[in-house]
Design a protein around this ligand. Sequence first.
Ligand code: GTP
Length: 317
Amino acid sequence: MGAYLEVESAVYKTLLESTRAIPWKIDWAAARFAYIGPQIEGLLGWSQASWATVQDWVDRIHPDDRERVVQFCIAQSQAGVDHEADYRALTCEGDYVWIRDVVHVVRNEEGAVDSLVGFMFDISERKRAEERMLQLQGELTELSFRDGLTGVANRRRLDAFLDAEWAVACRERKPLSLVLADIDCFKQYNDHYGHLAGDACLRRVAGLLDTAAVRGLELLGRFGGEEFLMVLPGTDAAGALERATLCLARLAEADIPHGASAVAGTLTASFGVATLLPGPGDDLLALLETVDRCLYRAKQQGRNQVVASQSPLPSHA
Ligand SMILES: Nc1nc2c(ncn2[C@@H]2O[C@H](COP(=O)(O)OP(=O)(O)OP(=O)(O)O)[C@@H](O)[C@H]2O)c(=O)[nH]1
């Protein structure tokens, strides 16, 4: 019988030590490793003999994972609950490998914790795939908020940003300003230079407005075809007017030829500006309508100018 058991345990040992999972056993009272599979050396580089105490395990957990993992494993073990934990384990070369430790709590006849037995799995490959997936998801989210042609925020992002900033303005009693820019005679630009040149022109104007006028937590987005909206949270009417006037000047400085414009020999744009310190009964739609009306007036009055609500009309001729 003794010989039989010996053979049997040799078989189990061979089996355990030939798996990719690394078996281990911890004596709970002594807080010492009773056993760890020799595969550990292949994975982390530390010799089998170097895994003596629970502290050796703790010391080889990434500092950012250590407290979470150790507290969790101790609490689960004390409660007698089987558990698993993912963490980064230190290799003898100073790198980290993602490990999943699957732990079974063994109790003695009195029901107290006697030992912990478990397997360590190398899950680096899975973690890399997860991280890549998260990164791709982030990139996808980012792309879903970007206008494909110009690279600035798209309408969806603008709408979400507007809603959020409107809520902040209402709550904190802060002004919210909008600047709506529309390229002048853009149909003629397309007709004259071709649609692809029109696309390139839109990209250039978007970049120009973005660098000229958008700061900090503000946002420039493509509102429609050749219309761009600048959302300026916390900016008052004077500040918004100044910003639109700056855009007008930068566009003039850019000196982009427009051989078919009815306004000038170079590309120009018209700007509507509106500001509101939201009070009870105000709504965002009314602010958008106001800025749209101002833009319409700028077009009506000859284009290449800024029209702000309830402010003098700075003419740019
Ligand atoms: N190339 C290009 N053109 C676009 C794009 N989106 C809209 N447009 C063009 O923008 C032009 C807008 O024309 P209109 O609305 O008549 O405006 P406009 O010619 O600029 O006239 P005003 O705004 O009154 O000065 C149309 O010819 C559209 O085809 C785009 O993504 N690329």
